[in-house]
Design a protein around this ligand. Structure first.
Ligand code: FAD
Length: 277
């Protein structure tokens, strides 16, 4: 399959990319690793006249952990997340989740920014970033703003990001020492998107629970986290299951997905509790 004709741009700065986005409006789109966008273009489900490649923008790359804050540049690949020792030690849940995303070929190219930016309900990083309480930095023609991951997702493929904004960085606090963690994912086969996935953190600063591919946005439940923090595992699971709204598709009917969601969330909670200091 061959995409329609488009002009290719390769700016070396965020300002340059935003200038092209602003000039061409709806006819332009940025591409990061291309593992979601290019297939859509080949299937002619996305038609655009200008493709703006972010690969040459060094300012969008890199991982930094300093003073208890993690910063991940949007163009950091899933593979780079997995091979970062500093990240594995500071935020092991991120490493655990990244090992379960797609396959090595996809992880070599797919970026964290691309994974969180476009609002695909099947992607694993959005729910994880909600669990971690992350914020996203958005840069556009009118300046820079921060949006909490928990406020970013509006519906499937609809997000808080304006079309002329670029997601430049993801930022969150390192979970305190003694925090137990688990990322649990049920999928049909290796390399598949989740039928259901759960991210759980529990420790001295409370508990946080988010679920993936069980609604048209990731689901983070304050009630579920509060219940878990108070020692009420059953209440936490019930609250999380009350918040999801799965649809029937080729991964199964609604009742099956709700069942799987309960099973994987229980597993994630139990594993996180065992790991808590
Ligand atoms: P692209 O395809 O380049 O872009 C995706 C969208 O985001 C585009 O609309 C683009 O305009 C926009 N975008 C990209 N970067 C930015 C930015 N910095 N600012 C603003 N907008 C931006 N993911 C999972 O989480 N779990 C899985 O199990 C999984 N399985 C997969 C299996 C296969 C076979 C494939 C092909 C992909 C799978 N993925 C999975 C998705 C993959 O991990 C990538 O995260 C995903 O393709 C998005 O990253 P990308 O860099 O390729 O983005």
């Amino acid at each position: 399959m061959i995409p329609g004709r488009f002009d290719y741009h390769r700016p070396d700065s965020v300002a340059g990319a935003i200038a092209i986005l602003t000039e061409h409006g709806d006819a332009a789109r940025v591409v990061a690793g291309g593992h979601s966008l290019i297939p859509m273009m080949k299937l002619r489900m996305t038609d655009l006249e200008h493709l703006i490649d972010l690969q040459a923008i060094e300012a969008l790359k890199g991982i930094d952990v300093a003073d208890g804050t993690v910063r991940i540049g949007a163009m950091t690949t899933q593979h780079e997340l997995l091979t970062s020792d500093v990240l594995k030690s500071a935020v092991p849940i991120l490493h655990e989740a990244a090992t379960q995303i797609a396959d090595p070929q996809v992880r070599y190219m797919g970026t964290v920014g691309g994974n969180v930016a476009n609002g695909d309900p099947g992607n694993d990083m959005p729910g994880l970033m909600q669990c971690l309480g992350a914020s996203f930095t958005l840069i556009g023609p009118n300046g820079t703003r921060e949006v909490a991951a928990r406020d970013y997702y509006e519906a499937a493929y609809f997000t808080e990001r304006e079309d002329d904004e670029i997601l430049s960085e993801i930022r969150f606090q390192v979970p305190p020492a003694g925090t137990g963690y688990a990322y649990e994912k049920q999928k049909r086969k290796i390399g598949d998107y989740a039928t259901a996935a759960a991210a759980v953190l529990t420790g001295p600063s409370g508990a946080s629970i988010a679920m993936t591919n069980l609604s048209d946005t990731p689901i983070w439940s304050q009630e579920a986290g509060d219940a878990l923090a108070s020692g009420d595992t059953e209440g936490a699971i019930a609250a999380a299951l009350a918040a999801i709204d799965p649809s029937e598709d080729n991964r199964g009917p609604v009742e099956f997905k709700k069942h799987v969601a309960g099973v994987i969330l229980r597993r994630a909670i139990e594993r996180a509790q065992k790991r808590a200091g």
